[in-house]
Each structure stands twice: as structure tokens, then as C-alpha cells.
Design a protein around this ligand. Sequence first.
Ligand code: FE
Length: 340
Amino acid sequence: MRPTLTLLAVLTASALAAGPVAAQESVLNLYSARHYQTDEALYTNFTRATGIRINRLDGKEDELVERIRNEGAASPADVLITVDASRLEVADRMGLFQPLHSQVLEARVPAALRTAHWAAFSTRARVIVYNKAALKAEQVPSYESLADPRLKGQVCMRSGGHPYNLSLGGAMIAHAGEAATEAWARGLVANFARPPRGGDTDQLKSVAAGECGVTISNTYYLARLMRSSAPADQATMRSLAVVWPNQATWGTHVNVSGAGILEHAPHKAAALRFLEYLASDEAQGYFANGNNEWPVVRTAVVRNPALESLGSFRADTLAIGELAKNAATAQKVYDRAGWK
Ligand code: FE
């Protein structure tokens, strides 16, 4: 997962070798924090359709953002692709993106899933998952319900500082306000079965093992376990049940994978073509299904039995850019509430 220096060396060398100005648009330098094998088909098809070759630098989100900032005006990066709105917001606040103008994206990506500087290309929901032997769905209908004192010692969560939880907090602040979100976080912390540790999958395993009764997880982690042939993963899923949170109030919190064109992109036209390609019906299938996510384009069809088995739900309609803006406030709220 570490950025490969060799790849960047190759990238720089090939950029230099490109020479004549006319050849410049045949290359796209993509900084990617998506690590899914299935994305390979996406890149191959883009090159086949456009003749534009992709030089990809894979890395962790924070490291790529740091790198782009340090490279400054000399950065070879054209596009940054990453997951989670709050991470895209961090890059945006640093001024790393340029304004995004595209009639194709405006027509195909719903307005609530775009900002002035980046667009979402797939969505994932943050759902409540409980142990069927410990709890009933009626006890955990909403994010807010996990702060109910009756669930003392039953809640497992990953770190409050993780972008997934910051974005959730950002949404709650938008709907309920900062004070209510802080009260919720305090109640949640008071219900912890153990201090936060691990990722979403670790929480799911803890709930299945009975270490706790309930947690919150992104949907693709559930889909991954459902599609796994490993007996341990199948046993984990047999113990769990999923609730679409907040169906009676503001809807289930949804986050995104997204991308933006960088301020100093050397190949701006190629970058725009790539983002527009990501919104094509074909690419939407690869992009979303590569990580068991939903496409953002309504006409794109994804056949994903694991996702389909979760059923339909009412999603929060809050603009993704709005909740992302609240993520920094969510961090302060969680700090005050002691959600480490
Ligand atoms: Fe994840």
C-alpha cells in the first residue's frame, strides 16, 4: 500500500520522454488511493477507448495528499482518486483541486454527489450491524439509538478520528446540530464494550464473536464477507443482521469514492476525459463493483448479489460537500466527548 518510488521514477522519466507538446495529452498521471484489482479493467478500457495511457501512483490517502502538496506547482499528478468525502475535503481545503466544469458530469452525477472541485463516482452506506443472539432490530433503529444507556457495554466502534466516522458525524451535525452530536458521541462512548480499535471488519468480527452486540460498518465490508468462501467469514455473517439506520428520520448516511483534477495538472484535458469516462455506464459498473459499491449514475446497472441481498433503503439526501465541510467540527466534537 506504500507509494512506490520506482513507479514515480518511471512516471517522471516517461513525462520527460514525452517531449513534444502535441504528445502531452496522450498520458494521464493518476494518484490513486483505491487498491482494487478490478479497477485494472477500468484503466485498460479507458486507454483502449481514448488512446490515453495511464501512469498510476498507488498510495495511502494521507500520503498521496501530502505528496501532492509537497510537489506543489511541479506535481506531475493530474487526478487524485480516493475514498471518503472528508478526505476529499481535506485535499480541497489545501487548495489541491481546480474547479471542475463538465456538462457530462453535471448531466450524469447527481448534484448532491458533486462539489465545485470534485465528483463522486460510487457510493457506500454506513449501516448498523448487530448480533442476532444479543439484540433485536427494534433496539437499534438509528445511529442515535446506539447512545441509549440500555445498550451499555454493547457497542464496538473503530476510532472516532477515522474519516468514516468523521463524515458520519459531519452528517449528524448538519441534521441535528453540534450540541446534539456531542451528546450522542458521549452516550456512544459510555456504551463502549472496549476502547476503539481496528477497522470496520474487526468490529463486525467482534460483534459476531459476542464481544459486543452492535457496531457501525460500511456496506462493502459486509458484501466482502458475504462473497467470501472462507468458512470463518461465512460463520461471521451467520451471526449478524443489518439495519438501515434512520429510515424514520434523515435517512442512512452515505459516503463516496471520488476524484478531482489537481490544480497543477499537466494534462488537464486528459484528466477531464478520465473523470467523464468514470461516469460512463460501463465504467460505473467496474468502478462500483470493484469494491462492492453502488454506481452514482442512475442509468448504470450493477449486478451485485451481495449488495442486492441487503435490500433497498432511504439514503440521506444531504449534499456530500456539506457533510464533508463538517468533518473538522466532528473531530472537535468527538475529542470533547472522549471518542478516541
Ligand atoms: Fe474502507
